[in-house]
Design a binder for this molecule. Structure first.
Ligand SMILES: CC(C)(COP(=O)(O)OP(=O)(O)OC[C@H]1O[C@@H](n2cnc3c(N)ncnc32)[C@H](O)[C@@H]1OP(=O)(O)O)[C@@H](O)C(=O)NCCC(=O)NCCS
Length: 216
């Protein structure tokens, strides 16, 4: 199905915003989730994803459609990106990456292992975070600095999710929001496991946060 001009435009704007924040060597992409996107799951991928809501499978299919393209660009054609029991995807040897989806948009980031050794990404609607969720996510250690004050909570939330995805494959430890301290102005976060994670984000047309662990 050909996307409407509005969808195509939203994707193009987000793609440009994401490329602008991505460090060198990190390939990044987005796709507005469409009906039928579950068909982009390769058979082994579909089997690795436990039975869930059709909408969630569609989102996972859209994210893998992006990842398949990014991986093909660096020589991995038709690579089945299986979901492991922890939920983290199993990337090809020597490659790191991350997936995310909100209700409408899927995103993915991929890079060869180099000075960046792990990646995490999250996407969220560019809308204020509800107060009750903010109360769960924010701690006194967080610093949102000069971030847009209507979106600061949403960026903080996305940053913690992206940090978790970047750090989990390294430490295999489940973290809560209280275990991650974010400093948006400084562009980094620190976890209770002692990881320092760099952050980059955009807010329009959606909030996307990219978290990456660098070698020192
Ligand atoms: C990882 C997690 C934060 C993802 O959040 P979500 O809102 O459900 O979903 P998102 O769209 O942002 O991301 C989904 C993708 O994250 C990735 N993911 C899931 N678990 C992961 C993990 N342990 N490590 C790295 N990536 C993971 C998967 O690729 C998944 O996509 P898929 O199901 O299509 O394969 C959540 O599933 C989780 O494991 N939470 C437990 C810990 C937690 O919530 N702590 C508080 C946040 S710090």
């Amino acid at each position: 199905m050909t996307p409407s001009p509005e969808i195509a435009l939203a994707q193009t704007f987000l793609q440009q915003a994401m490329i602008a924040i991505a460090p060198a060597n990190v390939r990044i992409g987005c796709r507005m989730i469409r009906e039928g996107d579950e068909a982009h799951l390769l058979p082994e991928e579909a089997r690795s994803i436990p039975a869930r809501q059709p909408a969630t499978r569609r989102a996972s299919g859209a994210a893998r459609w992006i990842a398949h393209g990014l991986l093909a660009d660096i020589g991995f054609n038709d690579f089945a990106l299986l979901r492991t029991p922890s939920g983290a995807p199993a990337w090809p040897d020597g490659i790191i990456g991350s997936l995310a989806h909100d209700y409408d948009m899927a995103v993915a980031a991929v890079a060869p292992i180099g000075h960046i050794v792990s990646l995490g990404i999250d996407v969220e609607p560019a809308q204020p975070l509800p107060h009750d969720i903010f109360a769960l996510v924010a701690t006194p250690a967080d610093r949102t600095g000069t971030a847009d004050r209507h979106l600061a909570g949403r960026i903080l939330f996305a940053a913690k999710e992206a940090v978790y995805k970047a750090v989990y494959p390294l430490d295999r430890e489940v973290l809560g929001y209280e275990d991650i301290a974010v400093d948006l102005n400084a562009g980094h976060a620190t976890t209770k496991t002692g990881r320092k994670v760099s952050l980059a984000y955009c807010v329009a047309p959606r909030v996307v946060v990219l978290a990456f662990v660098e070698t020192r």
